[in-house]
Write a protein that binds this ligand. Structure first.
Ligand code: ZN
Ligand code: ZN
Ligand code: ZN
Length: 144
């Protein structure tokens, strides 16, 4: 990758090579590792733009940090998130996709009629405590 590559291309290339959710800071350090020094402000601005263009997904953690992931088609495409409020771990899930889409489509039709709102996407994020964090807490309680 040339260091003259536009920030947008560099960020898209990085995100398209991973299935991870990355924060602006994660992206900053990953690009720095390959000698691409793009300022954090530019990264934030580019991510915001790509998100508004519906090219990438945004997940906001409880502490307010945003993580981004490439939108993709196929089995890894439509999915939602379980987000650990303790460690920030994000689990992608796509179970119940068919049931969910049936319900969401119905909801979308009703909402867009009622509020005259053209809906083009939705997010479902569940917040809670992941298995590892529950396990850690249990151990702490056993041996304080
Ligand atoms: Zn956790
Ligand atoms: Zn995801
Ligand atoms: Zn969905």
């Amino acid at each position: 990758m040339s260091r003259w590559t536009a920030p947008r291309e560099a960020i898209l290339e990085l995100l398209s090579r991973t299935s991870k959710h990355m924060s602006a800071k994660d992206i900053y350090s990953a690009l720095a590792r390959i000698d691409m020094c793009i300022g954090l402000t530019t990264i934030y601005r580019t991510l915001d733009l790509l998100h508004r263009m519906a090219i990438i997904n945004k997940v906001v953690l409880r502490d307010g940090e945003a993580k981004y992931q490439m939108k993709s088609e196929g089995p890894r495409g439509h999915h939602h998130h379980l987000i650990c409020s303790n460690c920030g771990r994000i689990i992608d899930y796509s179970e119940f996709e068919r049931e969910e889409l049936n319900f969401i489509r119905k909801t979308e039709v009703l909402l867009s009629k009622k509020y005259r709102f053209a809906i083009h996407d939705h997010n479902i994020d569940f917040f809670g405590i992941c298995e590892q964090c529950q396990e850690l807490k249990r151990k702490e309680e056993e041996n304080p």
